[in-house]
Write a protein that binds this ligand. Structure first.
Ligand code: 5AD
Ligand code: FES
Length: 362
């Protein structure tokens, strides 16, 4: 048996194994993808769940060095959807049989903001006869705030650690009180304690990042025993500080290739978690998200933000579907998902099987 086959057949991967898998030759990569696709089919099935993504505001108190909506970027036109706009986007999801929505926005912390999100969560539950699932992705908050939103009806939370390497974390964020690696890590534990299905993720292909860092990211996710993951390629944005390091980056195709390998390896390592096919994949390859669904991802987040605002939620360049209305997106997505060999789990929450089975005795 070749070394590669030996690794693929292992029960658990060491750091070195993961690095070898990330460095797989094109031929070995095909075998890695075949293995992860097989595991996906066996453990979570070929069903893709929709999370209608509502990017409700790009006003952000943080200043991450990679992100186009960072506080210091004066070139971004700031917007904040009205509550009615958020609720009608959620109604669109409900009427189109999407099982869930994601509320995503810039990071803010204030009592008024907490109250607003709480009200929106309750409003979404009310308009959908309590049936739409709700994922939140609104950054670091206090344990009390997490609890209030959970009690209001949200049940999943995504908070990307961005990089599990503390040193790298501080190369891509300012080192101050608002951007603390320790606080972000603590927030992940707070989310779990509040009762959420816990999701995290990283960016792939960052400046200064090594394949060792990426292997550590996957081991970190395993160790944290996450329920969901969203990770995708880093894409440089001209109005951000990291732009200056663009010459050092891997070519876009290589970042894309690494992102697919990360998804495939994670599917093998954590068979029953939910893995999202990140939108950033599509910014590099028009059928990038479908490729990820084929080899391991099982969640897609169609953008249902009202069309007029999409252009202003630009975390990175070349973000796809900028001028589409939500309904157009739905039609094109359905065809694409069928082409990737999956069917759509309409009207279902599609909760993480990993989470559901945690309470059961072994
Ligand atoms: N490239 C890729 N992903 C990015 N994000 C933010 N900026 C970029 C970028 N330039 C990701 C971060 C964040 C998520 C909402 O979007 O990982 O957590
Ligand atoms: Fe808004 Fe990083 S810039 S969370």
């Amino acid at each position: 048996m070749s070394d590669f086959t030996t690794i693929l057949n292992k029960d658990t991967f060491s750091r070195k194994d993961i690095i070898d898998l990330l460095n797989a030759s094109p031929e070995d990569r095909t075998r890695l993808f075949a293995r992860s696709a097989e595991i996906k089919t066996e453990y979570v099935g070929n069903v893709v769940y929709f999370r209608g993504l509502i990017e409700f505001s790009n006003i952000c108190e943080k200043d991450c060095f990679y992100c186009g909506i960072r506080k210091s970027n004066r070139k971004t036109q700031r917007y904040n959807l009205t509550d009615d706009e958020v609720l009608s986007a959620a109604r669109f999801a409900w009427e189109n049989n999407y099982g869930s929505v994601v509320l995503q926005g810039g990071e803010l912390e204030s009592p008024a903001f907490t109250g607003r999100i709480e009200k929106l969560v309750k409003g979404i539950k009310a308009l959908s006869e309590d049936k739409l699932g709700i994922t939140l992705s609104i950054g670091e908050q206090s344990p009390d705030v997490y609890k209030r939103w959970f009690d209001a009806g949200a049940h999943r939370y995504l908070l990307r650690i961005e990089s599990s390497n503390r040193e790298l974390y501080y190369k891509i964020h300012p080192h101050d009180n608002t951007h603390s690696f320790e606080n972000r890590m603590q927030a992940l534990y707070d989310l779990r304690n509040a009762g959420y299905q816990l999701g995290t993720g990283v960016m792939i292909g960052l400046p200064f990042q090594t394949t060792g860092d990426l292997a550590d990211d996957l081991l970190f996710m395993k160790e944290l025993d996450i329920d969901m993951c969203g990770m995708g390629p880093y894409i440089e944005h001209a109005d951000t500080p990291l732009w200056q390091f663009r010459e050092q980056l891997l070519p876009l195709e290589e970042r894309f290739d690494l992102a697919l390998k990360m998804i495939a390896i994670l599917r093998i390592m954590m068979k029953k978690i939910n893995i999202a096919s990140a939108t950033a994949l599509q910014a590099i390859d028009p059928i990038g998200r479908e490729k990820a669904l084929k080899i391991g991802a099982n969640i897609i987040m169609p953008n249902i933000t009202p069309g007029a605002y999409r252009n202003d939620y630009k975390l990175y360049e070349n973000k796809p579907c900028m001028d589409e209305e939500a309904a157009d997106c739905r039609n094109c997505l359905e065809a694409r998902i069928h082409m990737s060999g999956n069917k759509i789990g309409f009207n279902e929450w599609g909760d993480s099987l990993h989470f559901k089975e945690k309470d059961k005795p072994a």
